[in-house]
Design a protein around this ligand. Structure first.
Ligand code: Q46
Ligand code: ZN
Ligand code: ZN
Length: 314
């Protein structure tokens, strides 16, 4: 196997693209492709302030690395979830994010959920008054809220996350199985800024997970190998396994599934159905009575319901 660019021995083989590359050219190709996706989907411009959400995993730290290499002004945000589960998951992931930030002389904003709200994610999830909730449901609400809050308070126009193609294809698969029109309409590489919330972008959405693993390893990025303990047995992991079976038989199938969905939607897949008068759409968004963030709930947003109930019980 030879590098398509220089003909020396390739270290990465990508049958999905019918492409193989040496280390040097692979490490150039990934940022070039990322820059292409940023332009193609109109994610952000060179002067915009970007906040990248980092978890200590390969995708988010690689995204931070790539955006730095591309010359963007990009700071990191780490949400400390307080997940230990016998492996010190949150402690290790925070340490790796801090080390990355120091090594690259970048700013990292750390939000410690337990320090600020009194309870970690597992504690908020098992708190009795609201009934038990799944840690991932609580976690999703808390992470979204805190990232939006920090982006707003610190004036970041853009919030970038490290979702890769495997994540997006698994989400798309789940949304398609249930034909969740609202979720299919919202599943985009870019969600525009609205109601004071920063624009959300996913610059890695067209890279396979294994491409990001190769990038992180070849760049020498130290990341946490363990997945979050609460992800074990999740539906999204099951969908990823199913899609990997398909991909093994038909290289490129996962990418085609996702990219063709984006083009089908852009060319009007939902056109007739998705029309809603603008007054109706705007009427659905209110403001949380406690924190002021936009919400479709009346009264308190989902985040404030979680953390406020818990405070009363202390
Ligand atoms: S971090 Fe949070 Fe994930 Fe862990 S608790 Fe679930 S949602 S699995 S991306
Ligand atoms: Zn080469
Ligand atoms: Zn709120």
């Amino acid at each position: 196997m030879k590098c398509k660019t220089c003909g020396t021995k390739a270290v990465v083989n990508m049958p999905q693209h019918k492409l193989a590359m040496c280390k040097e050219h692979y490490l150039e190709w990934i940022p070039e492709q990322t820059a292409r996706f940023i332009r193609k989907y109109w994610m952000f411009g060179p002067d915009e302030k970007i906040l990248v959400a980092v978890s200590g995993g390969k995708d988010s730290l690689s995204l931070w690395d790539i955006l730095i290499r591309l010359g963007y002004q990009v700071d990191g945000i780490y949400i400390g979830l307080g997940i230990d589960e016998g492996i010190g998951y949150s402690d290790t992931s925070l340490r790796l994010c801090r080390e990355f930030a120091e090594k690259n002389q970048q700013k990292l904003i750390v939000v410690d959920v337990k320090g600020e709200r009194g309870q970690s994610i597992p504690e908020l999830a098992s708190n009795g008054s609201r009934g038990r909730m799944k840690p991932c449901s609580v976690c999703g609400v808390v992470k979204r809220h805190e990232m939006n809050r920090i982006a707003f308070e610190h004036g970041y126009a853009v919030l970038a996350t490290g979702h890769n193609l495997d994540d997006e294809a698994a989400t798309l698969f789940g949304n398609t199985l249930s034909w969740s029109k609202d979720l299919l309409l919202r599943q985009k590489p870019v969600l525009p800024e609205q109601n004071g919330l920063a624009r959300k972008v996913k610059p890695l959405c067209r890279f396979y997970e294994k491409e990001m693993t190769a990038y992180a390893m070849l760049r020498g990025i130290e990341y946490i190998y363990e997945e979050c303990p609460f992800s074990v047995g999740s539906t999204s992991i099951y969908y990823k396994e199913l899609l990997n079976q398909l991909e093994n038989e038909r290289p490129g199938a996962k990418l085609a599934f996702y990219v063709k969905f984006l083009s089908a939607r852009a060319s009007g897949l939902f056109k007739e159905d998705d029309y809603q008068p603008i007054e109706e759409v705007e009427g659905q968004i209110g403001v949380c009575s406690t924190c002021g963030q936009p919400t479709t709930n009346s009264g308190m947003c989902a985040f404030c319901k979680i953390v406020t109930f818990d405070k009363k019980d202390e």
